[in-house]
Design a protein around this ligand. Sequence first.
Ligand code: M6R
Length: 368
Amino acid sequence: EKGGWPSFMAKEVSEEPEAVANTVRGRVQDGAVVIPELDGLDELFRDIDRVIITACGTAFYAGMVGKYALEAWARVPVDVELAHEFRYRDPVIGARTLIVSISQSGETMDTLMAVKYAAEQGARTLSICNTQGATIPRESDAVVYTHAGPEVAVASTKAFVAQITALLLLGLHVGRVRETLPADASDDVTGLEALPEKIAQLLDEEQEHVEQLASWMADTRSVLFLGRNVGYPIAMEGALKLKEISYIHAEGFAAGELKHGPIALIEPGQPVFVIVPSPRHSALVHSKVVSNIQEIRARGARVIAVAEEGDAAVLPFADEVIRIPLAGPFLEPVLAVVPLHLFAMGLANAKGLDVDQPRNLAKSVTVE
Ligand code: M6R
């Protein structure tokens, strides 16, 4: 039931704070992340020499964020692969490989086939899933449920923030077991517990602004998204959401790739969303993104910066600034994506489209 909301998507975006809270609940003990469902797997986590994250669509972008966090916290090499690509080659996997699949529905055929294939090759499998008892978790050795609640709209929103949250929890859990967590990891645990409130604050402060922006841009034919590091998958997710529900051409890029090609697309008036990483985490990475903004601005781009509160460096070059609350480096993407979900929804609404049931798409893709 929509419960008074104009669409399931609107309801589900409004539930993003709750989705993250539900994913974290019961998984923090005495300031450390302990996922009870993973009890008994300590030896496996100590033994693995490689992780492959596999998923499709939005879940794949969550996986890309997960890679950064898992490598930093659990000090294990992580690859992220689209399930349909992974399945049809001859990947090097074995008993010390952990396959982490991510699926909201737990029924995506491409992802299911990848999990089955990996298990046949002797790999261990763990799934991150939102739907209790679905096929993928049943086929996996272990499961971490996101508990985001049912997601009805075709565009995945609250499930995405919950998937990133589950991956962060997994990284902190496995890092604790492997004794590889950095000294400041407890800040991230506290940060995860504080995230729901920050998403709620962000929705409160920016929803109207983003919706207004979307309605001004209803005639736009193309939107680009740039991000670096964990902002890169967020740029990809912003572009996917816009394609899916507003049928506008959109592309996400790693900001560092600009000069290797995409900058040729920039012409006067081209809207570009830029996910700006916090200068508190890395002044260098931040300054690189700010120079990307200058480069595209100089060529006439209309820059919409998604930047943390207080970041004044973007002000001289951005046409619009969407502010996100302060968070740790791997938690920041959970916040940065929220305005992109709002933007895609706002634009589809401004065009009078059905945001819940976009053309040609199904909620769960159960064919290969
Ligand atoms: O149910 P799953 O998470 O396995 O679905 C994977 C993709 O099909 C899904 O994320 C798709 O990209 C969404 N429509 C994105 O909004």
